[in-house]
Design a protein around this ligand. Structure first.
Ligand code: SF4
Length: 540
């Protein structure tokens, strides 16, 4: 447990982060592998590294499938809020359904199962009888090898060649020496889209005025867009003794790890939460109009604003989010045993039986010719909810790069790129007995550079993915009669279990997860984001 704040505050040199007592609800993992020993008249906790490996394995398995009850309650509150938009409610309901499916532990909550991150604090009265780093890696590798997760880590073999490591290692592991007789952990699985929304701004004292700071934050928060699958837990850090400290504080604040900080500053320079600023920024996010991905109020579940001390000539400001795959859990090994934060195993209790989302989607038949698909989409306004039925072609980064080279060499696009809508995605492993693994959308913006050239060649006329797109894509859709449809980011388990009926590799099998897939979908939920008339939901 973190040292109590009175101790932190009264020490000769008060701690910068005075976190207060740990109120986490832990479940017992095991009482084995921990011994209390007297060595040289001092009491030590001796920990078997196998216990650490088991804790890491269980932690990453839990966070791949389960969420915190507080996060689920926030999703439920969107459904109960009369001010939430119909699209806010539709997204919240899909995310709750997703949580219910993921909790059965076959489908991970998101197809991007993330980079494993461990922040450990090792008390000075703790001895690990082996290599702590290796034990954590063993546990992490076991989770990714034995579950339906996706390997995301690319090893740089040379500056320009990469290859997948095949076990999701390396992990980011940080071990800090602290006072006390416990070994504490924060386990995080951070997806690429979510990690990409961490930003550092090197500002000056001039920003430290109430109106200017709010205007600055307003401008920066708008740039987050929806590619990291809102509603977000937004973290803002003002100040920091270094850029690295600012960004690490952003990461911890987004996991709510710093919620126990004091709520006022003092002359010692301690970190504090500015709850008044948190309220103002939350209000600001509710008025952006972006909402929970497709318009409304719920761009953010909540906001954390942490104020840190700084060098007088430097003002780092950090911003980051925890996404709809809000994956973190605390762990602890002490004299009593091995403990892991209790996550929600029954998310269905947050899902109301009645579907009062009140958005009425239009059904689109994808098995008709492309011109007929576009004619049907052309009748709908931007932000209209739709349900897609039929064939989608899945293609993402590597395939787009390869097809672009072929176009440049004078070859045309394959017929499948012209005849069907293109879904930017890549699946997690398929659970036994199912047609598909978790299979949610990836960030559309990475494919923006290809849209104009592909549409000019008769392909990619309808694309499906998540997040906002460049103005070039809006222009190309207007010129070529194209559409971009937004799929709900963060609801990959629903798509994998209930929406995708078949999956087959169609081309580029050598690209593995990034191959071209043909999938059949039933009632695939999406929204019109960019239309053929120059309309763009994000520009509205
Ligand atoms: S919910 Fe969205 S941002 Fe988060 S890991 Fe999944 S795809 Fe990435």
């Amino acid at each position: 447990m973190d040292a109590p704040s009175e101790h932190d505050a009264q020490a000769a040199f008060p701690r910068l982060f005075q976190r207060g007592p740990d109120g986490t609800d832990y479940r017992l993992v095991s009482r084995k592998g921990v011994e209390v020993q007297n060595l040289g008249g001092r009491r030590f906790i001796l920990i078997d590294p196998a216990s650490v490996a088991r804790l890491a394995e269980e932690a990453f398995a839990d966070i791949s499938h389960l969420l915190r009850p507080g996060h689920l309650a926030q999703l439920r509150s969107i459904l109960d809020d009369p001010e939430a938009s119909p699209n806010d409610r539709l997204v919240a309901r899909e995310l709750l359904k997703n949580a219910v499916i993921a909790s059965a532990r076959q489908f991970p909550s998101c197809q991007d199962t993330g980079t494993a991150i461990v922040v450990a604090k090792k008390g000075q009265e703790v001895l690990v009888d082996g290599d702590l780093h290796d034990a954590l890696c063993q546990g992490i590798a076991r989770t990714w090898e034995t579950r339906n997760l996706r390997f995301s880590q690319m090893a740089p073999v040379t500056m320009f060649e990469e290859q997948n490591t095949g076990n999701n290692l390396p992990a980011q592991i940080e071990i800090e020496a602290v006072d006390g007789d416990a070994l504490e952990f924060l386990f995080i699985a951070k997806g690429g889209g979510s990690a990409n929304k961490t930003f550092l701004f090197q500002e000056t004292r001039r920003v430290l005025e109430p109106e200017r700071l709010l205007a600055f934050l307003d401008e920066k928060i708008r740039t987050l867009g929806t590619a990291a699958c809102p509603p977000y837990h937004l973290a803002l850090v003002i100040g920091g003794l270094s850029a690295e400290q600012t960004l690490k504080t952003v990461k911890l604040a987004s996991t709510r790890e710093l919620d126990g900080l004091p709520t006022s500053g003092d002359a010692s320079g301690r970190a504090f939460r500015d709850v008044e600023m948190e309220r103002k920024v939350l209000d600001l996010t509710r008025n952006l109009g972006i909402g929970a991905q497709f318009g409304g109020k719920y761009f953010c579940h909540d906001v954390r604003v942490i104020r840190l001390p700084r060098h007088g000539g430097s003002l780092p400001i950090g911003m980051g989010v925890s996404c709809s795959a809000d994956r973190q859990a605390k762990g602890r090994i002490d004299a009593e045993g091995v403990w892991l934060e209790r996550l929600e195993t029954d998310p269905a209790r947050f899902l109301p039986e009645a579907d009062f989302t009140s958005a009425t989607p239009t059904v689109i038949d994808l098995d008709q010719p492309m011109d007929a698909i576009r004619a049907a989409l052309s009748k709908l306004p931007v932000a209209a909810p739709i349900l897609l039925n039929g064939t989608l072609i899945v293609a993402r980064d590597l395939v787009h790069a390869e097809l672009s080279k072929r176009l440049a060499a004078g070859e045309g696009l394959p017929a499948y790129m012209k005849d069907h809508p293109i879904y930017y995605a890549g699946p997690a492993k398929t659970p036994e007995g199912f047609a598909s693994g978790s299979f949610g959308p990836t960030t559309a913006a990475r494919m923006d550079a290809y849209v104009a050239e592909f549409q000019a060649a008769g392909g990619s006329l309808v694309t499906v993915a998540k997040g906002n797109r460049a103005r070039d894509v809006v222009r190309a859709c207007k010129v070529h009669g194209g559409f971009y449809l937004g799929s709900i980011g963060g609801a990959a388990a629903v798509l994998g279990r209930d929406v995708i009926d078949s999956v087959e590799v169609l081309d580029f099998a050598e690209f593995g997860m990034e191959a071209v897939w043909r999938i059949r979908v039933r009632d695939f939920p999406a929204f019109v984001v960019i239309d053929d008339k120059g309309g763009d939901f994000f520009a509205a």
